[in-house]
Ligand binder design. Structure first.
Ligand SMILES: *Cc1c(COP(=O)(O)O)cnc(C)c1O
Length: 344
């Protein structure tokens, strides 16, 4: 898309630096990348190109629809949701491998010839995965397992579940023919080397999310929304601004209307809470976020005019607190109307 009035500025240097930092924290384990939901909203193909160029080898998508564009870059792709009957034709082509999650998926894969696969074991989250008992009773025998994995439920907290899951997963070492074992997502990497096993699978932290305080100052912001000013107007003291007159100008205000709204993933939680940034100035959001528009106070920026661009304050931990959304939602909600522009 060209000439869009809103864009995402995407920082290649920051993305690569984040992956390198996570790879270092992963110690001797390899460091992969979760790129589901179109690379958490950034654009999976562009993310993979940049990470593959610096040595990332293992990529994770959620569904088979997400696999071909990435697999065509020649990298290793695993499909986290495994194989339904409907997926078997595509899975059999061998360009990506399934992460088998259920006894049915295992049976389906074996029956089809059982090429290379990954397997998810449930160590306590009770979301996806075969059980530890299934492993003990030989369900996985005969599979060609590349990576045996499990997923942490509470890695972003100091929770007793972390150690329980780590111990349960450690109990599976040597119990299968899997070439590698993998437990840690982004937050799991910060829990220490005991959680890294052979391969880590960060997602949010690659993209500048800060799921644990250990990452503060280590990770860099990657994504910055920018929007163009459609109109600048003077709103006199006492006049309302936007839907439901939720904001009444306390004094005469210079207001700019931006080409950005909740349909773009700039959620309604930013109403009266978010801010734009311009040359170090903070320009608060006034009133409700509309579907396609927001109003900001530009009284401190007399030169900003129709057609100018401003950035949105999208430092993820703070933006999540301001909006009441998770850092994950703030990234994956970013819509299709943005021009995605990679810088540096
Ligand atoms: C999404 C996902 C990840 C990455 O999680 P983050 O919290 O974004 O680092 C890793 N493993 C699995 C199985 C996932 O579903």
């Amino acid at each position: 898309m060209t000439n869009a009035p809103l864009r995402l500025s995407l920082d290649s240097t920051a993305l690569v630096a984040n992956w390198r930092a996570l790879a270092t924290m992963s110690g001797s384990a390899a460091c992969g990348a979760a790129i589901k939901a179109d690379g958490y909203g950034l654009g999976a193909v562009e993310v993979v190109k940049r990470l593959a160029a610096v040595g990332c080898r293992d990529f994770y998508v959620a569904t088979w629809a997400e696999a071909p564009a990435v697999a065509s870059l020649g990298v290793s792709v695993s499909v986290l949701h495994g194989v339904r009957e409907e997926d078997m034709a595509q899975a059999g082509a061998g360009r990506a491998r399934p992460v088998l999650n259920t006894a049915n998926q295992v049976a389906r894969w074996k029956q089809a010839g059982g090429g290379p696969c990954d397997v998810m074991v449930d160590t306590g989250m009770n979301r996806l995965g075969v059980s530890i008992d299934d492993v003990a009773t030989g369900l996985l025998d005969g599979l060609h397992i590349e990576t045996l994995m499990s997923h942490l439920a509470c890695a972003d907290e100091d929770h007793a579940m972390n150690e329980l899951q780590r111990v349960a997963f450690t109990g599976l070492v040597g119990r299968t023919d899997a070439r590698r074992m993998s437990l840690a997502n982004s937050a799991g990497i910060a829990l220490g080397k005991d959680y890294a096993f052979d391969l880590t699978r960060p997602g949010i932290a690659l993209y500048g999310g800060v799921p644990r305080s250990e990452f503060a100052g280590v990770l860099h912001q990657v994504v910055t929304p920018e929007a163009q000013i459609l109109q600048r107007r003077l709103v006199p003291a006492g006049a309302p601004i936007g839907y439901n007159a939720a904001c009444i100008a306390p004094t005469d205000l210079d207001v700019a209307i931006l080409n950005l709204g909740y349909a773009d993933g700039y959620f309604r939680g930013f109403s009266g809470k978010g801010a734009a940034l311009f040359e170090g100035l903070r320009l608060p959001v006034l009133g409700r976020v509309s579907m396609d528009l927001i109003a900001i106070d530009v009284s401190v920026a007399p030169l900003l005019a129709e057609g100018d661009w401003v950035q949105l304050d999208y430092a993820l931990p703070m933006a999540a607190m301001a909006s009441g959304m998770s850092q994950y939602e703030l990234l994956t909600g970013l819509g299709t109307r943005f021009e995605r522009r990679w810088i540096s």
